[in-house]
Each structure stands twice: as structure tokens, then as C-alpha cells.
Design a protein around this ligand. Structure first.
Ligand SMILES: NC(=O)c1ccc[n+]([C@@H]2O[C@H](COP(=O)([O-])OP(=O)(O)OC[C@H]3O[C@@H](n4cnc5c(N)ncnc54)[C@H](OP(=O)(O)O)[C@@H]3O)[C@@H](O)[C@H]2O)c1
Length: 360
């Protein structure tokens, strides 16, 4: 049987890298990476090529005829672009419709949350989903739990610092909010099943490994590391105030990652830590199908074993090669819609007033 031809956008990124690995090791797919010309000489792209991935050079901002050409003979498109590039997927979706692509997976891969003002990043993605539906383009939206790789606290000894993206020393609220977790490395294995499954066409899927609370994660980390970790509980009012401040600071355009990163980080904490959105039961209510029900035979990476590898010093950190600089600024040619319901989510009496300062 001929292999399914998959065009992967963002194959050198964190999510895209997991998906490239998962599809290649499954064996049923040819993986073709869409790489923008500016990145073609990056060592990460050479590594993709060495692993048997074909490279097609094209920017998402290229003229439509170039995108259609890049999509020739492609069955499935999977997009894993970063937060700033969500709407660049719209021309790709239009070209995919014209090229006859059989399934388009836009860049979801975010924690569960409702659209409409809770999370800016969610709303950026929903704009793309609406465009896809207007095109009547076959699609699957895949969201995932909070990555294992971002979930655990720092140890006072510093021995897990090598694998940490940030200090991660905050417990949101009382720490008892259940949240879905997914090993970043399992996303590709989930995708191999999801894109081959007719049941997932035109559906939303939550791919997750387990549900845990921050208190449970801290306890497990202490037990495995035999180290005491201080508890730094951050109350709901502080999280809400941070969200408001980050929204105020990010209101101006052009898009500035220095201001938007604090915004979407605060909104993530608000969504999964305070509202409790990132939960399989709520996902089902929102219309998601769960991988635990679709694929009961799937063996996810065990969270305890993952934490043991972190403590042992053999885990791989995420975003270890990143520098955010002003050169990544870009223009968003639209007005912000997700600020408008701010007071329905953050009534004035619940929010500490914050001076209008830039968040750095
Ligand atoms: N659930 C969680 O815990 C969690 C955590 C983090 C992120 N996420 C989600 O995962 C999604 C993907 O994030 P990530 O961190 O995996 O991404 P990432 O590592 O930043 O990678 C983004 C990729 O997109 C490529 N790209 C950007 N613009 C492009 C263009 N115009 N043309 C072609 N390629 C382009 C980049 O290529 P270059 O090499 O050319 O730059 C890069 O390979 C995010 O949208 C976020 O919602 C979820």
C-alpha cells in the first residue's frame, strides 16, 4: 500500500519535531517538511533531511500559486507554527482546498479552553478554524494536555535546572485543580493514529496521557527526588491581576513577543489553574473526542518514569535553543477582539488595579 503523504509545517519546532518522529517511526507515512527559505540552512533542517524527511522550500506568506505547488501530491497537512504565526495558516488552508488536500490539521496542540476571550492564543487559533470550516476543507483539530516537560517544579538542589524552561515555582490557587497532561514526545504517536482514523475527520480531539493536580505533581517530585520543595501558592486574585496587566501591556501593535509571552502565559495559568478548563470532562462538554476512549490500547509514556529521567539527568529540555528578540516583532493587521469581554471574566471588584506598565 502506498504511504500517506504528509506535509508538516514547523517540523523543526518542538511539537513538529515530536510529530515528525512519531510519523516516521510508524512507517505508514512519507513526511515532507515545509521550510521557509530563511531557515533552510539551519542545522535542525539538515537533521530532518538526514532522518529521511523531504524538504520543500516555501514560506507561509508566499503567493498562493507557490503554496499550491508546495502542496502537490499531499494527502494530509499538519501545521505546528508558533503563537505569532497562527493566522499565516489561512492562506495555506485556502491553497490546501484548491490542491485537494484530504485532511488539514491546523495548529491546535494547546490546552483545552473555550473560545471568546479567555485566552488570546486560543482565539487566534479559532479564527483559523472558522476559516477552514468556511472553506469546507476536511480537518481535524487536535489539542493536548499541558506538556510533562513544563509541569514539574524546580528542585532546591538545582539538579533539574538543566531540563527546565523557566523557574516554575508557582502553584496556582490551592493546587488542587485537575489538569490534563501529555508528554510532548507522545504527540507524534497520537498523530499517527489520529490522521489515519476516519472517526476523527472533522472532529476535535484531546490527546492526553493523564490528569493530575499541581499538589500531586509536587508530592511525586519530592518522593522521587527525596528533596523538599517549597510551596509558593499564587491566589486567584493575583492571577487575574496578572492577566489584566498583561492584556493592557500587549494592547499595542505591532505584535511584540516580549509583551505577548507574559500575556499568554498568564492566560494559560488562568485557564487551567483557576477556571479548570484543561480537563477531559470539560473537553467532552465542548465537543472533543478523547484519545483515551478512541485508542484504549495506546501506551502513553509514564509520568513517574518521565520525572525519574528528569531527576536522573537524562531528560531533554524544551526551547533550549531559543532567543526572543525584537527582530521577531511583526504586524497584526487587525484589532484585538479578545479584550472586549475582559470585564465579564474579570469583574472590577475581583481585580487589583495595576498601573499600565510594560511587562518584561
Ligand atoms: N500544551 C502545551 O503545554 C504547549 C506548550 C507549548 C506550545 N504549545 C502549542 O504548540 C504550538 C506549537 O508550538 P511549538 O512551541 O511547538 O512551536 P515552535 O517550537 O516555536 O516551532 C514553530 C515552527 O513553525 C515554523 N514556522 C513559523 N513560521 C513559519 C512560516 N512562515 N513558514 C514556515 N514555517 C514556519 C518555525 O520554523 P523556523 O525554523 O523557520 O522558525 C518552527 O519550526 C503552539 O501554537 C502552542 O499553542 C502547547
Amino acid at each position: 500500500m502506498s504511504k500517506t503523504q504528509v506535509l508538516l509545517v514547523g517540523a523543526a519546532g518542538e511539537t513538529g519535531g515530536s510529530i515528525a518522529n512519531g510519523l516516521l517511526s510508524d512507517g505508514r507515512f512519507d513526511v515532507i517538511a515545509l521550510v521557509r527559505p530563511a531557515s533552510i540552512h539551519k542545522p535542525a533542517i539538515q537533521r530532518l533531511s538526514d532522518n529521511g524527511i523531504q524538504i520543500r522550500k516555501c514560506d507561509l506568506k508566499a503567493p498562493e500559486e507557490h503554496l499550491i505547488e508546495a502542496l502537490s501530491e499531499i494527502d494530509v497537512v499538519i501545521s505546528c507554527v508558533g503563537p505569532a504565526e497562527q493566522q499565516d495558516q489561512i492562506p495555506l488552508a485556502k491553497a490546501a482546498k484548491k490542491a485537494g488536500v484530504k485532511r488539514f490539521i491546523p495548529c491546535g496542540f494547546i490546552t483545552v479552553s473555550p473560545p471568546g476571550g479567555v485566552m488570546w492564543l486560543r482565539d487566534e487559533k479559532e479564527i483559523v478554524y472558522n476559516q477552514i470550516r468556511q472553506l469546507w476543507l476536511p480537518y481535524t483539530i487536535v489539542d493536548v494536555g499541558w506538556w510533562y516537560q513544563l509541569s514539574y517544579p524546580r528542585l532546591p538542589s538545582g539538579r533539574v535546572d538543566y531540563a527546565m524552561t523557566s523557574g516554575n515555582d508557582e502553584i496556582i490557587g490551592d493546587g488542587n485543580m485537575p489538569t490534563a497532561l501529555t508528554d510532548l514526545r507522545d504527540i507524534g504517536r497520537y498523530m499517527a493514529m489520529i490522521i489515519s482514523d476516519p472517526r476523527t475527520l472533522n472532529k476535535k480531539i484531546l490527546a492526553y496521557n493523564l490528569v493530575s493536580t499541581q499538589n500531586q505533581i509536587y508530592q511525586l517530585m519530592e518522593e522521587l527526588a527525596e528533596e523538599k520543595v517549597d510551596r509558593n501558592y499564587v491566589p486567584e486574585e493575583t492571577i487575574c491581576s496578572r492577566v489584566v496587566a498583561a492584556r493592557q501591556a500587549s494592547e499595542t501593535y505591532p505584535f511584540d513577543p516580549i509583551k505577548f509571552i507574559p500575556r499568554y502565559l498568564a492566560e494559560y495559568q488562568y485557564s487551567w489553574g483557576i477556571r479548570g478548563d484543561n480537563n477531559p470532562e470539560y473537553a467532552k462538554y465542548l465537543g472533543y473526542h478523547l484519545t483515551t476512549e478512541l485508542y484504549p490500547e495506546f501506551q502513553p509514556t509514564d509520568f513517574r518514569e518521565y520525572l525519574e529521567s528528569v531527576i536522573r539527568g537524562t531528560a531533554k529540555g524544551v526551547y533550549t535553543d531559543r532567543v526572543i528578540s525584537r527582530k521577531h516583532q511583526r504586524h497584526f493587521p487587525r484589532t484585538e477582539s479578545s479584550d472586549s469581554p475582559i470585564h465579564s471574566h474579570f469583574p472590577a471588584d475581583r481585580v487589583q488595579r495595576i498601573p499600565h506598565v510594560a511587562m518584561i
